[in-house]
Design a protein around this ligand. Structure first.
Ligand code: GLA
Length: 404
């Protein structure tokens, strides 16, 4: 049974148990990995990502009242709040994300009713795979699908053509990012929401965070496996470090008097090298080289040169390790173990860094052998076992009506 089918069966049962009766709509949103373009999004730069087949699922229905009741299966916790007066909750961080979605959607859409919903999923939590953006988009998509918020025609969706649908996705991604930044209080860029909304099986996604131009790029046939190796090290440290890196980048932006770090060229950076602080210039070099790698990576994918794309991912990891200083002993050990494993095309840390996961592109036929080798190699190096997830690129968030 695929992970998605199993999830659907358990979430329907959980809904019935929590609320009685059947849900009227379901929504599913993937997790994501960052393939190239590390810490470029909030610098107005270029990113490349893929949605993966680990999902958040929501089952629910509109309520008669204007109250939201949400049950999170993974935590066995509930949250209840008034949809017209959304305040921060005392419950866990998952409920801040839930409330933040309603809070941010209310800026553009009309909230038509309250709702009852159950959340379930199989995205490893806190591993850098965007379980929170996946939760946000699953909920937003469910609310639209169930008719609990007004039709997103207000976002430009007058006809269901692909371009129109993508316009809605982009508007939705930006609103949800605002919810994460302003309501939840996490200063992330657009990468995560974009990736889980725009995903397509067999494709990578590239985004220009300054112009919002994007492309879906074929990963080849058969597409490589995307193997996620979780060091299981805590990412708590990452929050403070993430904001510190943002301000280090901002120092360089200020020096050049531009809007984004992206507006500085590598040539300008090198000319100003001696005038810049010794930390800021390394951070900036990483970001600008990452932008260039995304451009080269897009060309490689268009030409079907997957090995070259993989090599760029490995180069990106070295740049994170040496210039951006957001790797760790464990993440480096995972990459070293991957380099010595069969079918490896390239790999890097995924997302913020410092802990959590690496993402590896692996020849499809060798993915299982790779998974065994990398786990054994990492255990030899560190004495602990990683969690290894063999994933595949997947479609972005969508909702469907439920047959009872
Ligand atoms: C985290 C953030 C993203 C992005 C990455 C680093 O995953 O949520 O917005 O900044 O780190 O590329």
């Amino acid at each position: 049974m695929s992970s998605s089918v199993a999830l659907e069966a358990s979430i329907r049962a959980a809904f019935e148990q929590a609320f009685g009766g059947m849900p009227t709509a379901l929504a599913r949103s993937p997790g994501r990995v960052e393939l190239l373009g590390n810490h470029t999004d909030y610098n107005g730069g270029l990113v490349m990502a893929a949605a993966i087949d680990r999902f958040t699922m929501i089952a629910g229905r509109k309520a008669e009242s204007r109250r939201a009741q949400v049950h999170a299966l993974a935590f066995g916790e509930d949250d209840v709040f008034a949809v017209d007066r959304v305040e921060r909750s005392a419950a866990g961080s998952w409920s801040q994300y839930v409330r933040g979605v309603v809070w941010s959607l209310a800026e553009l859409l009309e909230i038509q009713s309250g709702f009852d919903a159950v959340i379930a999923g199989d995205i490893p939590l806190g591993a850098g795979l965007s379980s929170s953006a996946s939760l946000q988009t699953a909920l937003a998509t469910f609310l639209i699908g169930a008719g609990a918020v007004s039709d997103p025609a207000a976002l430009g969706a007058h006809s269901p053509t692909t371009e129109r649908a993508d316009e809605v996705r982009m508007a939705l991604g930006q609103i949800l990012q605002r919810g994460e930044n302003e309501f939840v209080g996490v200063a992330s860029g657009l990468l995560d929401q974009f990736s889980v909304l725009f995903g397509r099986a067999g494709h990578a996604l590239s985004l220009d965070c300054r112009s919002l131009a994007f492309e879906r790029l074929p990963l080849g046939e058969p597409p490589p496996a995307i193997v996620v190796c979780d060091s299981k090290t805590s990412r708590r440290l990452a929050d403070g470090m993430y904001n510190q890196r943002r301000s280090e980048c901002e120092r360089v932006v200020k020096h050049f008097g531009v809007r984004w770090l992206r507006d500085v060229t590598l040539k300008q950076l090198h000319s100003a090298w001696q005038d810049l602080d010794s930390v800021g210039r390394l951070r900036a070099r990483h970001v600008l080289n990452e932008n260039a790698r995304v451009e080269r990576g897009a060309k490689a994918l268009k030409a079907g040169r997957l090995a070259e794309f993989g090599a760029l991912m490995s180069e990106s990891h070295r740049s994170s390790r040496d210039d951006f200083d957001n790797s760790s002993v464990e993440l480096n050990a995972l990459i070293e173990a991957a380099e010595a494993s069969p079918g490896f095309l390239g790999g890097k840390l995924s997302g913020a860094g410092w802990a959590g996961c690496t993402v590896n592109l692996v020849e499809a036929a060798k993915a299982e052998a790779f998974a065994d080798f990398v786990a054994a190699g990492y255990a030899r190096r560190t004495g602990t076992s990683p969690a290894v997830h063999v994933c595949h690129s997947a479609d972005g968030a969508f909702a469907w009506k439920c047959e009872s």
